[in-house]
Design a protein around this ligand. Structure first.
Ligand code: SF4
Length: 252
């Protein structure tokens, strides 16, 4: 018969479990444990309050993000670690109402360790400015945090391995709106397999946030004709967030 836990240890364990729940982690992989420890964990989980909302409020967001980054560590969980120079975690305001999610880092991002800093990043910056915001007002991250070789599309198993970190980032930032940039981000966030034409142009509910899908800036560089459609998607987001496009500079 396992010994009951003393109140102090029980409180500490409950705080730990609740802390992870606040980070959006509900599933744990356990090493085999002896009967006493297993009973202790079970007691804590039974006593802990179930999460009340899909996106719990995190008080110290910078600390929570640091914890996620520490958990990623010098990650070798998928094969994408083999060619990377830098893990590209995410950047922006921890209090952002708007979060952009892309596919994965390219060469410039891998070099600098920051998402969307190359040509596609410049276009994303222009899109953000057109919405009346600055890059530092939003949060930007990718589904995979290491550059796929030759900028290939990340494989499903790579996305599945890495995306829990993104989900935890979303749980910390708690944006009002998420914009999925491109099919890879959309399919991973929504677990739907459909064409971009069908995925974009409407709202989805995503863990307490609204989610919209639009074209990836890298795609727009290849096919600028889709910029008009992208602007329609961004206007939908602006309307929801009460944003106004900045007035145009007077022409000389
Ligand atoms: Fe780890 Fe993600 Fe990089 Fe894969 S892509 S090695 S899971 S950080």
């Amino acid at each position: 018969m396992p010994k009951p836990l003393d109140p102090a240890t029980k409180k500490q364990l409950a705080a730990r479990v609740n802390y992870y729940r606040d980070m959006g982690i509900y599933d744990f992989y356990r090493r085999p444990v002896d009967g006493e420890s297993a009973a202790a964990i079970e007691a804590v989980e039974t006593d802990s309050e179930p999460p009340q909302s899909p996106l719990p409020v995190i008080q110290d967001k910078p600390a929570a993000l640091r914890t996620i980054r520490e958990d990623i560590g010098d990650c070798t969980r998928c094969r994408l670690h083999q060619g990377r120079k830098n893990i590209v975690f995410g950047v922006g305001s921890v209090n952002a109402d708007l979060m952009f999610v892309g596919e994965g880092p390219g060469a410039d991002e891998d070099e600098q360790g920051e998402p969307f800093v190359g040509r596609a990043g410049q276009l994303l910056n222009n899109m953000i400015s057109a919405m009346g915001l600055r890059r530092e007002d939003v949060y930007i991250a990718n589904v995979v945090k290491c550059r796929p070789p030759g900028n290939r599309t990340p494989e499903k198993d790579e996305c599945d391995t890495c995306s829990p970190f993104l989900m935890r980032q979303i749980a910390v930032i708690r944006p009002k709106v998420i914009v999925a940039l491109g099919a890879v981000a959309a399919k991973n966030l929504l677990a739907m397999n459909d064409s971009m034409a069908n995925l974009r142009g409407r709202w989805y509910d995503f863990r307490g946030a609204k989610l919209a899908v639009t074209y990836h800036p890298a795609y727009l560089l290849r096919d600028p004709r889709q910029k008009k459609e992208t602007w329609k998607d961004l206007q939908m987001v602006m309307k929801y967030l009460g944003l106004k496009a900045p007035a145009k500079e007077p022409q000389e």
